[in-house]
Design a protein around this ligand. Structure first.
Ligand SMILES: C[S@@+](CC[C@H](N)C(=O)[O-])C[C@H]1O[C@@H](n2cnc3c(N)ncnc32)[C@H](O)[C@@H]1O
Ligand SMILES: [Zn+2]
Length: 452
């Protein structure tokens, strides 16, 4: 198994037992704990919101080496249930003793789904670091929701309190150079035949990659948010999001960049209306210091264009989260007539090597024709509108696995969401109207306040 602090999208399908065994590698824990933006966010969230922890009963779901349990004990928790399924659990016990928290930290060596608390006790706070790549990949969100539904008191707090997935069109020149065009000239030999396979593998799985801010081609859009206190288990089984954005930086549109942010919102008001507590945000965006999650990119490959649907699937049959491109099974079969001018130009450029039946292995070889188009970059220009529909659906056999489908949308033909950030005139007018409506409502609220 590749060494990584969370199971990566490239990994083969693992059984749940292997999943827990992977967390018995102490190096994985060192990588996580030493990820400063990650661990510091938890440290800040807890230490800046002591009111939530002081004298309280709390639970650490998936305690690992116990670092979050220590933060909570240090913040004054009366009792910390440190639940850990892997063989790390006995170490948490030793760590607690060594830090004089043996009376506070109660280690439970089991899956949280098997836990029974004495006298059906409820906890005031559940803290967990459950997030996977692009938030959901191999995440333990289901286990955290189980813990919430079974152990959290009605007035309890979930930390993190909110999680959001973001998406943004991006250039992937550095990835192409490092991993694809690298094969053009290797020690003076033409190894471009290997390049075809390299490219295919990049376009069939999401790639964990550090994207630089300057590679983003538009304003990022939040495509999904979850309130951890309230999200029903069903809502994480399947969701779709349709997004259109205006390009803000001309360049080669080579992929979609995904990342997530988590809020720890401990703010509250005292009797006099004064705010106390803090909001801490853990961001894995290209604008923030890098974390071990990096970003996740969906690589379009040279065959992509805005009108061409690009479906990707992550499921066990394709490897743990192998992502299969599927241009054939797409529902979006508009064809050339629904293309924008830009798309038509792009399509003309690659028409002779377009092959709609690239799915079967015999035809995979034909994709080599595409690889000769090394200058095909799917260039987009400022103010151009691009759109996609992203769907994530959880596997029934293994809730830690998701199938991700990305379908490119024609901005002229497809319906834009009601509140759309794109510069299409209709969307601009609606945005203006919504803004006006908000201002009016605020004004009415202010007048109401004055009258009362
Ligand atoms: C991402 S690590 C976080 C470890 C630690 N909380 C930290 O912040 O360094 C997740 C941990 O949760 C454990 N885990 C995952 N699912 C679990 C479950 N259902 N019940 C108990 N532990 C679980 C794993 O074994 C792993 O040690
Ligand atoms: Zn729009």
């Amino acid at each position: 198994m590749p060494l990584s602090s969370h199971p990566t999208p490239e990994m083969e399908a693992d059984s749940l037992e292997n999943y827990f065994t992977s967390y018995e590698d102490v190096e994985i824990h060192r990588l996580m704990v030493s990820d400063a933006p990650r661990t510091q966010a938890y440290a800040d969230a807890i230490s800046k919101n002591k009111h939530l922890f002081n004298g309280k009963v709390v639970m650490d779901v998936g305690a690992g080496t116990g670092i979050l349990s220590l933060f909570m004990a240090a913040a004054g928790a009366k009792k910390v249930y440190a639940v850990e399924a892997s063989g790390m659990a006995p170490l948490i016990q030793k760590v607690s003793v060594d830090n004089n928290f043996a009376d506070i930290i109660h280690v439970i060596h089991d899956k949280v789904e098997n836990v029974k608390l004495p006298g059906d006790e409820k906890v005031d706070v559940i803290v967990s670091e459950w997030m996977g790549f692009y938030l959901l990949h191999e995440s333990m969100l289901n286990s955290v929701i189980y813990a919430r539904d079974n152990f959290l008191s009605d007035s309890g707090t979930m930390f993190p309190s909110e999680a959001r997935i973001y998406a943004c069109p991006c250039s992937l020149q550095s990835l192409y150079e490092e991993q694809i065009t690298f094969w053009d000239n290797v020690y003076g030999f033409n190894m471009s035949a290997v390049k075809g396979f390299a490219l295919k593998s990049k376009t069939t799985k999401p790639e964990v990659w550090l994207v630089s801010e300057s590679d983003l081609l538009a304003e990022p859009v939040c495509i999904k948010s979850f309130s951890l206190k309230w999200v029903p288990g069903d809502e994480i089984k399947f969701f779709t999001s349709t997004t259109f954005v205006g390009i803000t930086r001309s360049g080669p549109y080579q992929g979609l960049c995904l990342w997530f942010e988590c809020d720890f919102d401990g703010r509250d008001y005292d009797e006099d209306g004064n705010e106390f507590g803090s909001l801490v945000t853990l961001s894995t965006s290209p604008f923030s210091p890098p974390t071990h999650w990096k970003q996740t990119v969906i690589v379009f490959g040279y065959g992509a264009s805005q009108s061409q649907p690009h479906n990707l699937e992550c499921d066990e049959e394709n490897g743990a989260n192998g992502v299969e491109t599927d241009t054939q099974n797409s529902k979006n079969t508009e064809g050339n007539e629904s293309q924008t001018k830009h798309e038509r130009v792009q399509r003309e450029k690659k028409d002779d090597c377009e092959n709609k039946t690239e799915q079967n292995s015999a035809q995979k070889v034909k994709t080599d024709a595409r690889e000769t188009l090394t200058d095909f970059n799917n260039l987009v220009e400022e103010d151009e509108v691009v759109g996609w529909k992203l769907a994530m659906s959880q596997s029934e056999e293994n809730v830690r696995h998701y199938t991700m489908t990305v379908e490119m949308l024609d901005p002229e033909e497809s319906e834009h969401p009601m509140s759309c950030p794109c510069p299409n005139p209709r969307c601009l007018i609606i945005a203006k109207m919504l803004e006006q409506e908000m201002e009016d409502m605020e004004l009415i609220a202010e007048v109401d306040d004055c009258i009362n």
